[in-house]
Design a protein around this ligand. Structure first.
Ligand code: PHE
Length: 455
């Protein structure tokens, strides 16, 4: 059944939807992966490549998610099932929605553990515990934190509670209000950090590092990395964008909104990258990616610079807000599904989900700390969740959405909902969804699988 409005509520306007989608896309990935990726794989050339991947693959898939979500005004499982059935296809297509929702739930469980690390560093920055420490000492600080499961349990629980609190309310009072407050705060902090970076004297070299064109560094690996990252960062394949779109206004133009989200996310990633690279260069340290960058290199770099404790604190606050808005989005599809499927209140649905994800997170954090034997298939629970979700489920979800929208659903209904200005643009969109997107994402999937099994 087609509904006029979602039972969860709706965004106050199109901009709040954009803010919420950006909140979902700007996350830890923008901070600890993107800057280094750009530096390693060709600077400006990589950014150009990344934009192409985004426009040709990620944006069409995101448009499909928005179209399906807004058309049904229901959670991803019902939305997909309804669209498949009315196109005369099997209702079992809803399994795509189930898989996506489950994947978001799994990512949430370990993402909130990492957010707990960020909170711990935030407090350590306030109390100056990291001041004057070198790389070795900060590494020890980080390892001691990973081993301190009780401390991590505290931060993890606090973070999960915060997410539950936001999601427990109707969209207008919860999600909408949170995004209207948190996202401007995030942008403000980013501009203050940019101001700080400008004073260090390393801004120009950092710009060169990030944006100079090195075509020779672009190879197949760069293409795969750019594609894979566009998926993770734009929160595709996990039902988040589909769920958020159910709360969108009928008259809002979809294509420009989706392109704006992609462009803003890339802009923010580049600005965060500028801050990160400038600060690390100003402290004359080596750039590396992943947790080591955020939890070892950056604290050392910030605290070595004048005024660094304050701006280091601000940086971790930015990371915490980015992690929070992403985490909130990860649990929304499952929350919407439980409330619509069983007629539960949002508070009840998100409490149950929160507790389950919290428990899984606890297993993940103990598997990194006090219970190193907590392993499955030879890897820690933490790594297992990380690998299965980002490497396998995410691309699978993306392929499924592309195939569903490109081949299975009713073209007329989709293009009517999308309401593009010209029919040839609509054909281009369908063509990208049918051929380009599934083969490109399929390639990432196969390569990821190969790498996971053989390296
Ligand atoms: N986009 C987030 C990041 O870059 C992570 C995320 C993935 C959020 C999938 C929602 C859905 O960290």
């Amino acid at each position: 059944m087609r509904q006029m409005l979602s039972m969860q509520g709706s965004w106050s306007n199109r901009w709040v939807f954009i803010l919420a989608a950006m909140g979902s896309s700007v996350g830890l990935g923008n901070i600890w992966l993107f800057p280094i990726m750009v530096g390693q794989y060709g600077g400006g050339a990589f950014i150009l490549l990344y934009l192409c991947c985004m426009l040709l693959v990620a944006v069409p898939i995101m448009m499909a998610e928005v179209v399906i979500g807004r058309h049904a005004r229901q959670n991803p499982v019902n939305a997909i099932e309804g669209a498949a059935v009315s196109a005369g296809a099997s209702r079992h297509w809803r399994l795509v929605g189930v898989l996506a929702i489950f994947c978001g739930f799994l990512i949430f469980s370990y993402y909130s553990v990492v957010a707990g690390w960020v909170l711990h560093y935030l407090v350590a920055m306030i109390f100056g515990q990291l001041n004057g420490l070198g790389v070795d000492q900060t590494s020890r600080f980080f390892n001691a934190l990973l081993a301190d499961s009780q401390m991590l349990l505290l931060w993890h629980s606090l973070f999960v509670l915060l997410v539950i609190w936001v999601l427990a309310q109707r969209v207008e009072r919860g999600l909408d209000r949170a995004m209207r407050f948190l996202m401007p705060v995030l942008f403000l902090m980013l501009f203050m950090l940019l101001g700080f970076a400008l004073t260090t004297g390393e801004f120009v070299p950092a710009t060169e590092y990030l944006f100079n064109f090195h075509l020779q560094d672009i190879g197949w690996d760069a293409v795969l990395i750019a594609l894979g990252h566009s998926f993770f960062t734009l929160a595709l394949g996990v039902g988040v964008i589909m769920a958020y779109s159910a709360y969108m206004g009928k008259g809002d133009a979809i294509a420009p909104t989706v392109i704006a989200i992609g462009v803003f996310d890339t802009l923010v990633a580049m600005l965060i990258g500028l801050v990160v690279v400038t600060v690390v260069m100003a402290a004359q340290m080596e750039l590396r990616s992943g947790p080591g960058l955020l939890f070892v290199t950056l604290p050392v770099a910030f605290t070595q610079l004048p005024g660094g404790q304050v701006f280091g604190f601000l940086f971790f606050l930015l990371a915490a807000v980015a992690a929070l808005t992403s985490a909130i989005s990860l649990l929304e599809p499952a929350t919407a599904w439980l409330t619509e499927r069983f007629r539960w209140s949002r508070a009840r649905a998100v409490s149950l989900l929160g507790v389950l994800a919290w428990g899984l997170g606890v297993a993940a954090l103990y598997s990194l700390g006090q219970l190193p034997d907590l392993k499955l298939l030879g890897v820690s629970i933490f790594d297992l969740i990380d690998i299965t979700t980002t490497i396998l489920f995410l691309p699978l979800g993306g392929i499924a959405v592309a195939v569903l929208a490109g081949w299975v659903l009713d073209k007329e209904v989709l293009t009517a909902e999308l309401a593009l200005s010209s029919p040839s643009l609509a054909s281009l969109w369908l063509w990208l969804l049918r051929f380009i997107a599934p083969s490109a994402v399929g390639l990432i999937f196969v390569m990821n699988l190969y790498n996971a099994l053989y390296s």
